[in-house]
Design a protein around this ligand. Structure first.
Ligand code: CA
Length: 215
């Protein structure tokens, strides 16, 4: 069983420039399933990999996470380390105090790039658990993003409702971090939240969303 560890991936990516390739397919819509190694039955897997992105404590860098393939290829590169570059790190779930998903805290995050078998476009609907008419669900999960106190910008991602972890990736190395999202009402018009069995409202702070495909 060969699985690249978090530190190994970071080390390689930190000392060499990272090439990219744009691939085109005549098939359906393409989306990334965060927090899962495989695609749903409604889609074909393009590749499976490791989530990565900018370091949570850096003031500059990219906002979006990337799904990095397990078998990287190197183009022309410079192996010398330099501060005149952007960096990419591995990603971790950061869920230290949450009642749900806390077993995933500090675990590295897998991802899968998926192509729908039917449908032309895919969108993420925040704060929903079912699709609107005419759309078919690809997967549903938890809205996650960076922590509000951290200097690095981040983006909202739909992490699978049954998140998986990368084997051997439970070290607290940080990097790009996935936190649950809490709704703050005011200018955001919030519906009445569900009440927990103990009368508290903690579960209602988690917004669920879905990736949907249009026929
Ligand atoms: Ca961590």
């Amino acid at each position: 069983m060969t699985v690249l560890s978090f530190s190994c991936v970071v080390l390689i990516l930190a000392v060499a420039t990272v090439p990219e390739v744009k691939c085109f397919s005549p098939g359906g819509a393409v989306y990334t399933r965060w927090g899962h190694k495989r695609c749903p039955r409604t889609a074909r897997m393009v590749y499976s990999g490791f989530a990565g992105g900018s370091y949570y404590g850096h003031q500059g860098g990219a906002v979006e996470p990337l799904c990095l393939p397990r078998n990287p290829q190197w183009g022309r590169h410079d192996s010398r380390m330099s501060s005149f570059r952007g960096y990419i790190y591995g990603a971790e779930y950061e869920l230290p105090t949450n009642i749900i998903l806390s077993n995933l805290h500090d675990n590295d995050v897998p991802c899968a790039v998926c192509e729908t078998r039917k449908g032309k476009s895919a969108i993420i609907i925040p704060a929903r658990t079912t699709c609107f008419n005419g759309w078919r669900k690809e997967y549903s999960g938890y809205l996650m993003t960076g922590r509000y106190l951290h200097p690095a910008a981040s983006t909202y991602s739909c992490v699978d409702q049954h998140p998986q972890a990368i084997f051997g990736g439970r070290q607290n190395n940080n990097g790009y971090l996935f936190y649950l999202v809490e709704g703050r009402c005011g200018s955001l018009k919030c519906p009445p939240p569900p009440i927990g069995t103990d009368g508290s409202l903690h579960v209602s702070s988690v917004l669920k969303d879905e990736t949907q495909t249009y026929y």
